[in-house]
Write a protein that binds this ligand. Sequence first.
Ligand SMILES: [Zn+2]
Length: 486
Amino acid sequence: MNWKRWSFLIGCVVAMNGGASLRAQIRQNPPAMGIPDNPALVGDTLPLALEAQHWLVDLVKINTTNPPGNEQQAAKYIAGILAKERVTAEVLDLTPGRSAVVARLRSSAVPDPSKALLLVAHMDVVGVDRSKWTVDPFGGVVEDGYLYGRGSVDDKAMLAANLAAFIALKRGNVHLNRDVIFLATADEEQFGDASLKILIAKYWDKIAAGFAVNEGGVVVMKGDKVQYVGLQVAEKVSVNIAVTTKGKGGHASRPTKDNPVVHLAAAVEKIGNYTAPVRLTSIVRRYFEGLSGIEDDETAKWMRVIDTPDRGDHAQRVLSDMSPMWNAMMRDTIAPTVLQAGIRPNVIPSEAKAVLNVRLLPEDTIDVLLNELNKLVNDPSVKLEVMPDSGLAAPNSSMDTEFYGLLTRVCAKEFGGVPVLPLLSTGATDSAQLRLHNVQAYGVAFPLSEEDNARVHGDDERLPLASFAKGVDLITRIATEFSVSH
Ligand SMILES: [Zn+2]
């Protein structure tokens, strides 16, 4: 018996044991109050989750570190899974070695893209620092109820869960009231020439939809309990600004006042200490309003007065200090991220550069902020320029659609009746591109502890298998309830 065979058997045993505890954990959740059960539409999804767990492990083992991405291999793997279910998937090539994969379940002979539901997730992952990992990041290691690996959470968990939900619909052989489209994208983490933007430009007719479910939400845990669910309806816009200073440069033994390093350092310090004014969007107002119902008395007190003329300013300061996420939801933020200057200890360089990563509130424009920063820096030798890789502002997804209502209801039920709040995510996702094409895209998530959340994009990224089972259940219920008539 070779090693491969052994590890396969060990994996199966772990999955089976994991299954028993998963079952117990999932069944412990009390039913949500006042939300009627609909057992006929979706039954026990646990066997499906255990099956999908194998796909997830395989997907983690396919190294799709971006760059270079190599998503084609993952796309072909997914197409193979779908072929076994008698679904023809199309592998859509973008650049050499980089592809997306799309598959469709039809509701009628003539498709109505405005009604279609898109289940979208990305296949690429960020890089790893192998020296900091305690397991092989591409080994698909399952241990103590966790799957370890780069992409085990971001975003292959949702990728495998979307695939499971899609296959459940196919196997159910049900009559659909709208087309359901499965889409696995490439190049989400770098947003380069194999990204969803390019995919849309080349293949929009194959993926056009009115609604989408994507990553980008949050399921916030307090201890081992879910505290609330945030449904992403909008996201901040990432804009990079290049800061450049120039001088004569020369021998370091005869310094002059135009040393670019000094000018750059002063500019970066001023910008780093700048705080943009608060602007509360309707989403953020609703978010704090909902959260004030479950936070401790002290925090809730500030959330309730966040918009009042007399105590608003103070409340905004207190809440900003409490949480970097809350701070970033209320204002544009600027993080200096790159500094470049100098080649020798004894040479004053003639140029010094920095990069600022700005995250704009969706309705703010970079010109206003740029103006503000130029005034602040007040140094003619310092130039601020918007870099070409910046994101585009997209409209919010509506909080009034039938689908938003359904998502709220299904998420509340899935997580024991917790509040479901609209979320302005501080990070960027593929959803902005979809929203720019009139898709009502919403971001969901699987439950993760704060510690496990911190591992995403970090070392020893891992997914609790119980969370994955919840995720499969959640996406399957969302897709089924929205696309199958009662
Ligand atoms: Zn992601």
